[in-house]
Ligand binder design. Structure first.
Ligand code: NAD
Length: 260
């Protein structure tokens, strides 16, 4: 792979698993110095640090245990890294319930982790990017940043908020060389998403294949998972040459979901 990110510092929030780890992997392969973050189990964190560290030439990758619900920890993480050339706001959680029964603390946690953390990280990292005249901010939103599904009021509100924040900041920095964009994936094959297939199969009394196609991927016209690597490639492209005019975009990668 071309080392298009050689000499650049990247931080990917929530990169101990899933999409964040995939983005960290590809950016490390492209030559970036990647700092990991997340709240994974110790063995999960250790495995991620070893894997990404090996891609960067050996040793453990840097890891900062900042809780995305805590603004001061987010600010401290950006300060500790110092020079941040690429900020990927990826950490996220989900909770599903009709709004009447939606626990207040789940609403607060989803808004804090999935949306407000982006605000604090961008606010902390952007001044340095503007001063150095280079930088890329990528917010991992969702198809749910553009359209809704029932029982996901907090997640849909947070992801719509991320898309709106992305547009607003893009206008503020439009004359600079720094860009900010949102990536809006449909269902991505991560352990978290795959774990939803078996319960659906049991609930509807169908095979896992049918549960995946007709229930989990009901709204995804391709009827196929989006792969982590595909999301990571889009994120990498946004950091590479030729992407400078893409600013404030909400880029769908959803098998046609939001085309309908
Ligand atoms: P995941 O559960 O595999 O990873 C989530 C990451 O966020 C983990 O590293 C976890 O430790 C971290 N995290 C959670 N709470 C945190 C906190 N308080 N502080 C710091 N880190 C925290 O999930 P994923 O499927 O890879 O999702 C990653 C992002 O992609 C999320 O923002 C999610 O909303 C978005 N997304 C996922 C899908 C999908 O189908 N998997 C689709 C669209 C968007």
């Amino acid at each position: 792979m071309d080392l298009i990110l050689h000499g650049q510092n990247a931080v990917v929030t929530g990169s101990t698993s899933g999409i964040g780890l995939g983005i960290a992997r590809l950016m490390a392969q492209a030559g970036a110095r990647v700092t990991l973050n997340g709240l994974g189990k110790p063995e999960e964190v250790a495995a991620a640090r070893a894997e990404i560290g090996a891609l960067m030439g050996g040793g453990d990758a840097p890891f900062i245990h900042a809780d995305m619900t805590k603004p001061e920890e987010i600010r401290a993480m950006i300060a500790e890294i110092g020079v941040v050339d690429i900020l990927v706001n990826n950490a996220g959680i989900q909770f599903v319930s009709p709004i009447q029964d939606f626990p207040d603390e789940k609403w607060d946690a989803i808004i804090a982790i999935n949306m407000t953390s982006n605000f604090h990280a961008i606010k902390a990292a952007l001044p340095g990017m503007l001063a150095r005249g280079r930088g890329r901010i990528i917010n991992i939103a969702s198809a749910h940043g553009l359209v809704a599904s029932p029982n996901k009021a907090a997640y849909v509100a947070a992801k719509h908020g991320v898309v709106g924040m992305t547009k607003s900041v893009a206008l503020e920095i439009a004359t600079s060389p720094v860009t900010i964009n949102a990536i809006c994936p449909g269902f991505v094959r991560t352990p978290l998403a795959e774990a939803q297939v078996a319960p659906l199969a049991a609930k509807f009394g169908v095979s896992e294949e049918v549960a995946l196609r007709d229930h989990l991927l009901e709204k995804q016209p391709s009827k196929r998972w989006i792969e982590v690597e595909d999301v990571a490639r889009l994120a990498l492209w946004l950091c590479g040459p030729g992407s400078g005019a893409v600013n404030g975009a909400a880029l769908s990668i959803d098998g046609g979901w939001t085309a309908s």
